[in-house]
Ligand binder design. Structure first.
Ligand code: ZN
Length: 246
């Protein structure tokens, strides 16, 4: 009885302790996990090239507070990027759309309402395209689904509509707001020639992205990288492997 009593008491102490240790290890692993390249056939998420080129993309804008700050940095650094705008936000900010195009960037289509289920996909794409065209006389050519969610039927609808279904190869995870240093580290540690980098200029507070952006540009340049818009990047694929997204 005495032995059983002691082992039960020890178990009562040891078992929760083991669970706590396992919990801490799992938490640390999840914190350290870096984005990995998700290959998604039929979508544009990278190009095959040995040239050190990358494309910066900004989602969920335009935002009257944050998008102009992003544009200021890009102008200062002479970097061309792509902005995946939400139609509803675009409608409220036509002057920002005009500035994006006027400064040599590309506008992509990120649906009208940012509905993850994309229930009225074709309508939303068309509506956003109309908003962008009304403000800039430029049509959208690239479509990025809200949340990067890909379903085969939607892929077909997007292609039939003449848009390029565009994802990314490097998620900066700026949407977690992990601090500018971590955003920079994620980009620098995972960049490769031909990568499409996901950042955000709207949808939430984007101060950390803005704080990280000048250093991201400087560091990547010091690593030999140059920046191109998605329109330029898609013509830089020098692989004989069919890309599948044309
Ligand atoms: Zn989004």
């Amino acid at each position: 009885m005495r032995i059983l009593y002691f082992s039960l008491r020890r178990g009562a102490i040891v078992v929760p302790f083991v669970f706590i240790i396992i919990g801490i290890i799992l938490y640390l692993i999840s914190c350290r996990s870096e984005p990995t390249l998700i290959r998604t056939p039929g979508t544009f998420y990278m190009v095959h090239t040995q040239n050190k080129v990358v494309s910066l993309t900004f989602d969920d804008g335009p935002d009257p507070l944050f998008t102009p700050q992003v544009l200021d940095i890009l102008k200062e650094e002479n970097v061309k990027a792509t902005f995946f705008v939400i139609g509803k936000a675009a409608e409220a900010n036509p002057a920002i759309l005009q500035r994006i195009i006027g400064e040599g960037h590309v506008i992509g289509n990120h649906s009208y309402t940012h509905d993850y289920r994309q229930r009225t996909l074709a309508t939303e794409i068309a509506k956003t395209d109309q908003v962008v065209f009304a403000a800039t006389h430029a049509h959208t050519h690239f479509y990025r689904p809200p949340g990067g969610i890909v379903a085969k039927a939607q892929l077909e609808i997007v292609k039939t509509n003449g848009h390029i279904f565009t994802l990314w190869s490097l998620d900066s995870r700026d949407w977690v707001n992990p601090g500018p240093t971590q955003i920079l580290r994620t980009v620098v540690d995972n960049v490769f020639p031909g990568s499409i980098i996901l950042l955000h200029d709207g949808g939430d507070r984007r101060g950390q992205t803005i704080a990280a952006l000048p250093t991201i540009i400087t560091r990547l340049r010091s690593m030999g990288y140059s920046f191109v818009s998605l329109e330029e990047l898609r013509h830089m694929d020098n692989s004989s492997i069919p890309t599948g997204w044309e």
